[in-house]
Design a protein around this ligand. Structure first.
Ligand code: GLC
Length: 475
C-alpha cells in the first residue's frame, strides 16, 4: 500500500485519464464531456454533455492549457441557444440554454441534438444552464485573454438574450429570480420552486460576468446600468432576508405575524412555528448560512451546499457571512461532509413532508440522491470557498476524505446515508463531474491563482447602495 501522497499521485493520474476518455467529439473537434461512462446501466441521458456538469471539466481544461475545448463548447452551445425550443407547440424563451446535448450520426453525417427540458425526466426547465454558460465564458476570457470571442456579435447577442430572459419585467416584487421546481442541479421535484438560493447565487455571478463581457457602447452601457441596479438590490435582498444565524433565529422565534405596511419587521410573514425542530439544536453558536428559499410565509430552513458555497465564491455573501458559513461547515462537519464531501442539502425531508415535497419520488427518499445525498462534485466548490476565505486546512481535510473512497468506489455520482457512507443506490459509476471535481479541487489548492477564473471580489457598487438603503430605512 502506498503512502498518502503516492495515493494522491496515482489518483490524479487515473482521474486525468478518465477525464480524457470522457471527451465528446464533433467531427474531430472536442466539444464537451459526457456525464458518465458507466457501462453497467442503461445510459438514459448520461451519455450527453450537460452544461452544468461540464463546468468543472471546463475549468480544468482552462487550467491545463486546453482552452480550445471550452471555446468549442461555448460556440456550439451558443448555436443551440438559437434553435427551436418547443414543447407541445409552445416556444420557450429565446435566451434559454440547453440542459444537455449529444452528437448524433445520421446517414454518415453528424449533428448536435439538444435537450432544453423537453426530453428530460419531469420536463424540467434548465434555468441554471444560461447562468453557468455566462460564468464559463468569463472564465474562458480570464484564462486566455481572448475577449474578442466574447465581443463577437453572436456572443454579444447571446449574452443579451440571456439578460433579457433573466431581467424581463414579471409579476414580481422581489429582485430574486422566480423559477419552477427542479430548475438547477436538483432537477427533480424537491420543494425548491420559488426563489431558491442556488439560482440566486448563479444569477448574481452571471450578472457580474455579463458586466465584464458586454462590449462598451450604447447598448452595452444601457445593460451595464440595468445590471448594476439589479446586482445591488439582489445583493441587499439576499444578505438582509436570507441570512440565518442564532441571533436571526432568535428574532424569527419572537416574530409577530400579520404585520401590515412599510414598518413591518417580519416582512415575509414567517411564522415562528415554521422553524423546524432540528434547527434550534443544529444552529451552532458561531456560524450561520443563507436559507434555501424565501417567499410569502415561506422560509426554507434547509442548508443547500451549492447555493451557500457559490454565494461565497461570487461574493454574494458579505465577508463576515462567508466566514460564518465556513464556520458552520466546520462545526457541522459530520453532518455536511461525513464520509464524502459534500451533502447536497441538509437535512433530508422525511415522511409526509417527503410525500408532499417530492411527490413520493422513490429516487429522492430520505438521505439519498437530491434529498440529503453526498455529491463528490461539490468538493471543488467547497475547496474554492475554503480557499477564498483563507480556510485552506478545511480544503485539504475534505480532499483527504474524498481520496479514501473515490477510486475504490469507481467515482460514483453520489452517496447515500446520513453521513454518506453508502454508494448511492441508483448512482452512476465513472461520473465525469465526480472525477473533474476532485481534480479541480486539487488544482485550486495547489495554485490559488486559479481562483480568479471563478471568483468575484466584493462589489464596490454594493457598498454605496447599502449606505442609501440604511439611510432610507432609518429616515
Ligand atoms: C442528474 C443530476 C443533474 C446532473 C445530471 C447529469 O440529473 O440531478 O444535476 O446534471 O444528472 O449528471
Amino acid at each position: 500500500m502506498g503512502t498518502g501522497s503516492d495515493l494522491g499521485h496515482d489518483l490524479v493520474k487515473k482521474a486525468w485519464e478518465l477525464l480524457e476518455d470522457s471527451i465528446i467529439y464533433y467531427g474531430d473537434r472536442p466539444v464537451g464531456t459526457v456525464a458518465a461512462r458507466d457501462r453497467e446501466v442503461e445510459a438514459l441521458n448520461y451519455d450527453q454533455c450537460f452544461v452544468r456538469d461540464f463546468v468543472s471539466s471546463a475549468l480544468l481544461f482552462l487550467i491545463s492549457g486546453r482552452a480550445e475545448i471550452v471555446r468549442n463548447f461555448l460556440i456550439e452551445t451558443l448555436a443551440l441557444q438559437s434553435h427551436d425550443k418547443q414543447m407541445d407547440c409552445f416556444n420557450a424563451g429565446q435566451g434559454l440554454m440547453p440542459a444537455s446535448f449529444k452528437v448524433e450520426s445520421w446517414n454518415g453525417n453528424q449533428h448536435i441534438a439538444a435537450d432544453f427540458g423537453e426530453h428530460a425526466i419531469g420536463r424540467v426547465t434548465p434555468v441554471d444552464s444560461c447562468l453557468w454558460w455566462m460564468i464559463l465564458l468569463r472564465a474562458y476570457v480570464k484564462a486566455t485573454g481572448d475577449i474578442d470571442l466574447a465581443h463577437q456579435p453572436e456572443f454579444q447577442r447571446g449574452i443579451v438574450l440571456i439578460l433579457k430572459l433573466c431581467l424581463a419585467d414579471r409579476f414580481d416584487m422581489y429582485p430574486t429570480l422566480l423559477v419552477a421546481d427542479g430548475a438547477f442541479m436538483i432537477d427533480r421535484r424537491m420543494g425548491v420552486y420559488g426563489h431558491p438560493l442556488e439560482i440566486q447565487a448563479l444569477f448574481y455571478a452571471a450578472l457580474r460576468a455579463a458586466r465584464e463581457l458586454l462590449l462598451p457602447g450604447r447598448r452595452g452601457d444601457i445593460y451595464i446600468q440595468v445590471i448594476n441596479q439589479r446586482l445591488s438590490v439582489l445583493n441587499y435582498h439576499i444578505r438582509e432576508y436570507y441570512w440565518l444565524d442564532l441571533k436571526r433565529l432568535n428574532n424569527i422565534y419572537r416574530y409577530k405575524g400579520e404585520e401590515f405596511g412599510i414598518a413591518a419587521v417580519n416582512k415575509f410573514n414567517i411564522y415562528p412555528d415554521s422553524i423546524p425542530y432540528w434547527l434550534t439544536e443544529w444552529m451552532p453558536e458561531r456560524g450561520g448560512y443563507l436559507a434555501g428559499n424565501l417567499g410569502p410565509a415561506q422560509m426554507d430552513f434547509r442548508f443547500f451546499s451549492l447555493g451557500n458555497l457559490m454565494a461565497i465564491i461570487c461574493s454574494l455573501a458579505s465577508v463576515e457571512e462567508c466566514q460564518s458559513i465556513i464556520d458552520l461547515i466546520e462545526q457541522r462537519w459530520h453532518d455536511l461532509i461525513g464520509y464524502m464531501p459534500m451533502k447536497i442539502c441538509f437535512p433530508a425531508v422525511e415522511g409526509l413532508e417527503w410525500k408532499i415535497l417530492t411527490g413520493c419520488d422513490p429516487k429522492n427518499v430520505p438521505w439519498s440522491y437530491h434529498n440529503g445525498g453526498n455529491w463528490p462534485v461539490l468538493l471543488w466548490t467547497l475547496v474554492a470557498a475554503a480557499q477564498k476565505t483563507g480556510r485552506t486546512e478545511l480544503g485539504w481535510k475534505a480532499i483527504e476524505i474524498a481520496e479514501r473512497r473515490l477510486a475504490e468506489d469507481e467515482w460514483p455520482e453520489y452517496y447515500d446515508g446520513r453521513n454518506g457512507r453508502l454508494v448511492g443506490k441508483a448512482s452512476r459509476k465513472y461520473q465525469t463531474w465526480t472525477v473533474a471535481g476532485y481534480l479541480l479541487a486539487k488544482e485550486l489548492m495547489a495554485n490559488p491563482d486559479h481562483m480568479k477564473l471563478i471568483s468575484f471580489d466584493e462589489d464596490p457598487e454594493m457598498q454605496e447602495l447599502l449606505g442609501i438603503l440604511s439611510e432610507y430605512r432609518c429616515g
